[in-house]
Design a protein around this ligand. Structure first.
Ligand SMILES: *[C@@H]1O[C@H](CO)[C@@H](O)[C@H](O)[C@H]1NC(C)=O
Ligand SMILES: *[C@@H]1O[C@H](CO)[C@@H](O)[C@H](O)[C@H]1NC(C)=O
Ligand SMILES: *[C@@H]1O[C@H](CO)[C@@H](O)[C@H](O)[C@H]1NC(C)=O
Length: 434
């Protein structure tokens, strides 16, 4: 079969398994309150950081004015602790009146006026994890309709205070209820995280049909330990998780904590790079009002974002795990391009890792490489040995273009396409990486 035909067939195959609400064809990007602001409701003593209308307006202003929105960071997502402790007289959820005096529709309009989207949070059990009213089975229809009436664009459905039997009914039911409102609402399911994240308890075929993204594993915390623990779990289980991901259906390793307190700059680049390899949703949970220029540069790296947002939507994998503590990750991208990440688990000094593209399974050819964080370019033949210097708990990330024909160079002379022998030195180690 021709490659084009094969790709067409696999595209149909994929479409059959994704939730058909038209949204999140690439991993969603934006900002989410939880990791950085938690359930801080003490607006009297901590007015800048408490969960209230102003916090989301502040973050929306930053997204719209500081170059984030243009890069794709468009969701502004409320997490737990937004609601009143009581439903209204018609049985609907309502926001805390003191902290959200304008109500959710006004906040949604504020986002939409700026080309942004609003996300909200609920919980499948009797209560949310923070103890606010939940959305048990008999409240699913009314809550889905309320979110649609408010013109919300995304809904995260947590799982505290519910059991496996209820979840099995509730998560699909909410998917149907959201669909029935007629409003396309991105649907994030915490279900697998409550069932250990793996088959047979988790049915990923089913999840991909009913949710746009799902939290497979525990909550991220503001530390490198937490990031590393998440990385390890996702790549140890990559053979289960990779086939499930695709346009409209994403594994979610949780928020980006770049710009907070727990990560060095190298660790921040590592989180950004590996989240891009994983085709992970990019929800920052940080304070965009005070973020450092270094953290901003990492989060706004256009090539890293392009890799994350590749339209083919294939989740990448770990391909090498060296005894030295170096690991190599690879993600196939559209136009026969790919991404590589060299990651160091070491804690001594920058490690000079020597390899070649052919040892990383690249086929014969000459490849143009763009180093995502140093912004240098180099051309490498598959057989050429090279050395990358990888910092402790840091990464080197490459965007690798489609291979050019080996031994032949094409150029124009006098308006005509000419070819000449390619004169690269087989044994040269590109100095740029030394
Ligand atoms: C509801 O589901 C149908 C069938 O899968 C789909 O065609 C439609 O676009 C969905 N509507 C919304 C709003 O999600
Ligand atoms: C789950 O909770 C329901 C109450 O909503 C209860 O009837 C049922 O027995 C529980 N199931 C399990 C397996 O604990
Ligand atoms: C998983 O879900 C799919 C789709 O809903 C279903 O066809 C399949 O039987 C389920 N698999 C298992 C092992 O339950």
């Amino acid at each position: 079969m021709h490659l084009a035909a094969l790709l067409f067939v696999s595209a149909l195959f994929v479409a059959a398994f994704a939730l058909d609400n038209g949204v999140m064809r690439t991993p969603p990007m934006g900002w989410l309150a939880w990791e950085r602001f938690r359930c801080d409701i003490d607006c009297e003593h901590d007015p800048k950081n408490c969960i209230r209308q102003n916090l989301f307006i502040d973050m929306a202003d930053r997204l719209a004015e500081d170059g984030w929105r243009e890069l794709g960071y468009v969701y502004v997502n409320i997490d737990d602790c937004w609601s009143s402790m009581e439903r209204d007289e018609k049985g609907r959820l309502q926001p805390d009146p003191k902290r959200f005096p304008g109500g959710i529709p006004k906040l949604a309009r504020y986002m939409h006026d700026r080309g942004l989207k609003l996300g909200i949070y609920g919980d499948m059990g009797t209560h949310t994890c923070g103890g606010y009213p939940g959305t048990p089975l008999d409240k699913i229809t009314i809550d889905a309709q309320t979110f649609a009436d408010w013109e919300v664009d995304m809904f995260k459905f947590d799982g505290c205070y519910s059991n496996a039997t209820e979840q099995e009914q509730g998560y699909p039911l909410m998917s149907k209820a959201l669909n029935a409102t007629g409003r396309p609402i991105g649907y994030s399911c915490s279900w697998p995280a409550y069932q250990g994240g793996l088959p047979p308890k988790v049915n990923y075929t089913q999840l991909a049909k009913i949710c746009n993204l799902w939290r497979n594993y525990g909550d991220i915390q503001d530390s490198w330990d937490s990031v590393l623990n998440i990385i390890d779990w996702f790549f140890e289980n990559q053979d289960i998780l990779i086939p499930v991901a695709g346009p409209g259906r994403w594994n979610d390793p949780d928020m980006l904590i770049v710009g907070d307190f727990g990560l060095s700059m190298d660790q921040s680049r590592a989180q950004m790079a590996l989240w891009a390899i994983m085709a992970a949703p990019l929800f920052m949970s940080n304070d965009l009002r005070t973020i450092s220029s270094g953290a901003r540069r990492i989060l706004q790296n256009k090539i890293a974002i392009n890799i994350n947002q590749d339209p083919m939507g294939v989740q990448g994998r770990r391909i090498v795990k060296e005894k030295s503590g170096i690991e190599v990750f690879w993600r196939p991208l559209s136009n026969n391009a790919s991404a590589l990440v060299f990651f160091s688990r070491r804690s001594d000094m920058p490690y000079r890792y020597r390899t070649s593209l052919s040892r990383l399974n690249y086929t014969t050819g000459s490849y143009k490489i763009f180093d995502v964080f140093s912004e240098k370019t180099v051309t490498l033949k598959d057989s050429t040995d090279f050395v990358v210097s990888v910092n402790p708990s840091g990464v080197v990330m490459w965007y690798v273009s489609a291979p050019a024909e080996l031994n032949l160079r094409q150029f124009y002379r006098g308006g005509k396409l000419q070819r000449s022998a390619y004169d690269d030195d087989e044994n040269a180690i590109p100095r740029v990486f030394l």
